[in-house]
Structures are given as structure tokens and as C-alpha cells.
Design a protein. Structure first.
Length: 120
């Protein structure tokens, strides 16, 4: 009986240490595991997984050039008639506005293209 309760105690200490480490890593990397944006337990679990992946060298910051290339590659999946407009939005050409954030659910780009009225 003493062995099983000792094991349970050690397991609790180990889990607490891992969660504290995940919380510290999350805070150092700009993650707010405060339970407001998502469940605190899920946030800590994701932070722990991200910390492990970072230690393995699996996380990287792609940089603006790679992000731009990825966005333009997504434009290639659009119908042919819409590709030029998609690329113009990514490049910020014309009257393009950008709003939103990834944390808020996504970045929305809108380009306004005036179309002249047809003569009657």
C-alpha cells in the first residue's frame, strides 16, 4: 500500500513539474494559458507538445518570404478566373485592406476593384 501511494505521489509531482514547465515555456513564447481564449488544460497540453517539438528542432519561424510563397501557392488552388485577384490581394496591389489576426480567427484581405458601368 505504501508503494502505490508513494508512486501516486511521485506521479503527481512529475505531472505538476511538467505542467509548470509548460506554463513557463508558454508564457516565454507569448502563449496566454489563462483560460480566456481556450481551456487552460488544452493550452498547457499544446504548450508542452510545442516545447517538445522545439527541443527536437521541429518548430521554425518561416519568415515573410516563405509565408508569401505559401499564400501565393494557395492562390493557385483558386479557379483560373480568380487567381489574378487572389495574387493581387496577397501582394497588396490596388486598393487592398487587411484586417484581423490569426489569434482572432484569420487575416482578411479585401481588394476593391472599380468596374465601369456599361453604356446603354
Amino acid at each position: 500500500m505504501k508503494t502505490s501511494s508513494r508512486f501516486a505521489g511521485l506521479a503527481c509531482v512529475a505531472i505538476g513539474t511538467l505542467m509548470a514547465g509548460s506554463l513557463a515555456w508558454a508564457q516565454a513564447n507569448g502563449m496566454a494559458c489563462d483560460g480566456k481564449q481556450q481551456d487552460r488544460t488544452a493550452c498547457l497540453r499544446e504548450a508542452g507538445a510545442a516545447q517538445q517539438e522545439a527541443q527536437r528542432g521541429g518548430l521554425s519561424n518561416p519568415g515573410p518570404d516563405v509565408e508569401r510563397q505559401n499564400a501565393l501557392a494557395r492562390c493557385q488552388r483558386q479557379p483560373v478566373a480568380d487567381r489574378a485577384d487572389c495574387e493581387a490581394r496577397i501582394e497588396g496591389m490596388g486598393r487592398t485592406s487587411t484586417e484581423g489576426s490569426v489569434m482572432g480567427g484569420g487575416v482578411i484581405r479585401e481588394t476593391v476593384t472599380p468596374v465601369p458601368a456599361t453604356g446603354r
